[in-house]
Write a protein that binds this ligand. Structure first.
Ligand SMILES: C[S@@+](CC[C@H](N)C(=O)[O-])C[C@H]1O[C@@H](n2cnc3c(N)ncnc32)[C@H](O)[C@@H]1O
Length: 329
């Protein structure tokens, strides 16, 4: 009798333990599928190994395609992580130098030519692949190439839309350039992405746009989601209401220290950073009552030609009032 009771209790505890394990596993699975807000690069140009690993963990792509090879920083990093890497460069000298430098990396295919045309040829050979695209083939000053326009990103997206048989995770670099007349607007870019897949989630991780299918089950982190709403509001005012935007910016103001550090990197590491980076960083500084820093962001760094909305004046007066009451003490 005692023996049977012990056996029953043992089985019951085993069941409880396995239930606990399943619970822990599902919790781990849901937290590990979170796309964080990050400054994704090693320097001004290259995707870092850390970000590429994170993208690999989240999306598990089997092919990596890059437009704009340049010195091959991202190409080399990607070759350490993905089984197949393609990279496209328009400038012959840059193409030859980088191909030569990375000649021992057998999983990289180097292509010379204008990115939309070459991308068309590459994608024509793939079906049912999960492809991570790093769209970064644009004129960047110095010896870099320029086709008929500074950036062929819209043409690249139009090519991708011809091949719906693959799944894409699309990264577009240098989103801060979108306010310049030589670049398409962010609205035009998002519309071109929606032609590939209307349901893609569009997130703005600082200077990089990341678009992916909701079927991947990847969720943007709270801060990434908030920054995306804050940035996309100006382009798609019909899709967001002001309360949503104010709520998102409140979330940004309370960002945890690791996200504040990423925002700081965005403001400080880039040539001509976007006014949005100063808005987001400035909000965290108002919240933390760091007066000098908040004033610098709101008084000197936010260009009204880039963000022109009455809420910015409201944030500025909030900052000044707090600053005043601090000086009066
Ligand atoms: C910003 S750099 C690329 C940086 C590189 N992707 C990385 O992550 O290290 C841009 C490169 O794109 C090239 N480029 C410009 N227009 C291009 C085009 N239409 N097709 C292919 N490459 C292009 C430039 O010559 C330059 O080398």
């Amino acid at each position: 009798m005692i023996h049977t009771l012990i056996k029953i209790n043992f089985i019951k505890s085993l069941k409880k333990i396995s239930l606990l394990i399943v619970l822990i596993q599902s919790l781990n699975a849901s937290t590990s599928l979170v796309l964080p807000f990050t400054w994704m690069k090693d320097n001004q140009y290259c995707l870092s190994i850390k970000s590429l690993k994170k993208l690999n963990d989240l999306f598990n792509p089997n092919v990596f395609i890059e437009t704009g090879t340049y010195y091959g920083g991202t190409t080399e990093n990607a070759s350490l992580i993905f089984p197949v890497v393609h990279t496209i460069e328009l400038d012959k000298k840059i193409y030859l130098n980088t191909k030569n430098r990375l000649s021992l990396k057998k999983n990289i295919s180097f292509h010379l030519g204008d990115s939309p045309a070459i991308l068309d040829k590459i994608l024509n050979n793939f079906s049912n692949q999960r492809i991570l695209l790093w769209l970064d083939g644009h004129f960047s000053g110095g010896a870099t190439a320029m086709s008929s326009k500074e950036t062929p990103v819209i043409e690249e997206l139009n090519v991708i839309s011809k091949y719906p048989q693959n799944e894409y995770i699309i990264l577009i670099d240098d989103i801060r350039e979108c306010h310049r007349k030589e670049w398409p607007s962010l609205r035009e870019i998002v519309i071109a992405i929606r032609k590939i897949n209307m349901s893609y989630r569009i997130t703005i991780s600082g200077d990089t746009l990341i678009a992916f299918s909701p079927t991947t089950k990847v969720q943007p982190s709270e801060i990434l989601n908030a920054c995306s709403i804050s940035r996309l509001f100006a382009e798609f005012p019909e899709e967001f209401n002001l309360d949503q935007v104010l709520e998102a910016e409140k979330t940004i103001s309370k960002a945890p220290p690791e996200d504040v550090a990423e925002l700081w990197e965005l403001c400080n590491n880039l040539y001509s950073p976007s006014s949005y980076y100063f808005l987001w960083y400035g909000l965290t500084q108002i919240e933390s009552k760091i007066y000098l820093s908040q004033n610098e962001c709101f008084l000197y760094k936010i260009d009204p030609r880039q963000i022109n909305h009455p809420r910015i004046q409201k944030y500025l007066s909030q900052a000044l009032i707090r600053n005043q009451s601090y000086s009066d003490k």
